[in-house]
Design a protein around this ligand. Sequence first.
Ligand SMILES: *Cc1c(COP(=O)(O)O)cnc(C)c1O
Length: 395
Amino acid sequence: MPPSESKSGFSTLAVHAGERRQKQADAITDAIYCSSTYTFPSTQSVIDFIEQKQPREEYGRYGNPSERVVEAKLAALDGGETALLYASGMAAIVGLLMTKLSAGDEVVFFNECYHRSREFCATHLARFGVVTHQVAACDYDAMDKAINSRTKLLVSESPTNPHLSVVDLDRFVALGRKHGVETLIDATLATPYNLRPLAAGVDYVLHSATKYLAGHNDLLAGVLVGRKEALEPVRKLRGIMGAISAPHNIYLLGRGLKTFELRMQRHNENGLAVAQFLAEHPRVEKVLYPGLPTHPYYEVAKRTMRGFGGLVTFMLKDQEWQKAAAVIDAVRIPRIGPSLGGVESLIEQPMVMSYFECSPEDRRRFGIPDNMIRMACGIENAEDLIADLKQALES
Ligand SMILES: *Cc1c(COP(=O)(O)O)cnc(C)c1O
C-alpha cells in the first residue's frame, strides 16, 4: 500500500489500495483462499493467537486473507477507517441493524427505500420490539419530529430507489448530531465515486456491492464502511450470524473493482444521455434523473454528487400498465430483470417486478404508478441504448 494512498486518484485506489506489493508466489493477482479453517503449528501458537499476540486467520467465518484485501480497498474508496464485507447488501443492512438496535429502540427511515429493507424493519425488527417510523423522503422536519429519546438510528438511501430523490447529507447529519443519533446512508445507487457520505459526517455507509461495485451482474455482496470502533461489534456479530462472502465471490468483487471508476464514468454518461433523450420524447410524461434540471433534487445533486449514475426512471403518458409492459417487451438491448449497476443494461416495471402483490393503495403510498419504467443503464454505447429505446417507444 503506498503511504500517500489518501491522496491517490480514484482509479489508483481502486486498482492498488489494500493490496500488498509482493504477493504469494510473486503473482500480480491476489490468491483465492478456499480454506474453511486455518492451522496452527503448535499449541503455543494457538495460545499466542488467543492472547492476541499473533494476528492471523483462525476460521473462515471470522475472516479470509482476500476478504481483508477487498475490505481495505472498499474502505479506501469510501474514505473510511474500515469496511465489512457481507454475502449480500441485505446481509450487511441486517447485520448493522441487528447489532445497533435492541428491544425498545426506535429507528427512523425515509420511506423511499429498498422494499426489503423496509420489510425487515417493519416486519422482523418489530418482532424483537424495535419500533420503525417511516417519514416522507427528504422531509427533514418530519424526521426531526419522529425522533425521541429512544431513537438509535436514522436511515436513508441516497439517491432513493426508484424515485432517485437525493438526500441533503448536511441536513441529515445535522439532525443526527442535534439528537445524538447515529446515521446510515445506503449509497448503493450513488457509489463512492458519485457520493461521499462519510466525508459529510454520516456514521455508516452501506452498499449493495452486487450492483456497481462488483459491476458484472455475476455475484451478490454487501459492504458497510465507517469508523473502526463503531463497526467492531458489527464485525463480531457477522462472525456469529455467518453471512460472509465466499472466496470466489470476494475474488470477483476485487477484480470488478479494478475497473470501477471507468465503469462509473460510462454509467454516468449513459444515464444522463438516456435521461435527456427520454425527457424529449413525446410518449414520455416525466423522467426522474438527478442530473436533469427538472428533477426536484437537481440542486442538491449538483452540489453533492460527482455524477448521477446509470439508473433512469420514467413514466409514460399512457397510464395503463400494459402499455409500459409493451415498451419493455419491445427493447432489444436491456434485459428484463431486477437489479442495476452491471455492465449489461436492465429494464423493468417496478409495479410488476417489485410491487405486483401489493394493493393499489400500497403502490400509491410507495409512489409506484402503473406507467413507471426503471432502466438501469449498463456500459453499452449510449447511441445504441437510445436507438433501441426509440424503436421500442415508437413500435
Ligand atoms: C439491491 C439493493 C439492496 C440489497 O442488496 P442485495 O445485494 O441484493 O442484498 C439494498 N439497497 C439498495 C438500494 C439496493 O439497490
